[in-house]
Design a protein around this ligand. Structure first.
Ligand code: FES
Length: 121
């Protein structure tokens, strides 16, 4: 018998965490939130909502103080921007992509899933 394991290794399983009510974003496009021990920023990009790590992967600026426009999150410190579907940084920068996490809007509020790899829907 061979093939891929049917479950992820212990500690690597995706975890779904409740972030708060649907009013969390109100009329804002960026809201800092905590998911367990992680500091994230909840981002509204048109009708889509996604979560990202809150510290910029360049020098750790608070991305909750940035701005979201045209599908990109702009860092407030050095103005690099990140694609909100892939996390890739704007041209001219050579640091890693921003980590993104899928968000679900349910009747009881926003939920984020931590632990999935790859670009988010
Ligand atoms: S700290 Fe974000 S681009 Fe430098």
């Amino acid at each position: 018998m061979s093939g891929k394991p049917i479950s992820a290794p212990e500690g690597k399983r995706p975890v779904r965490i409740h972030l708060g009510p649907l009013t969390l974003l109100a009329d804002r496009s960026l809201t800092p939130v905590r998911a367990g021990t992680r500091h994230l920023v909840l981002i509204r990009d048109g009708a889509r909502v996604v979560a990202a790590e809150r510290a910029c992967p360049h020098e750790g600026a608070d991305l909750a103080l940035g701005r979201c426009a045209a599908g990109r999150l702009h860092c407030p410190r050095h103005l690099a921007s990140f694609d909100l579907r892939s996390g890739t940084v704007s041209p001219g920068w050579s640091f890693r992509a921003l980590r993104l996490f899928p968000v679900e809007a349910a009747a009881d509020g926003f939920w984020v899933t931590i632990g999935l790899d790859g670009p988010q829907p």
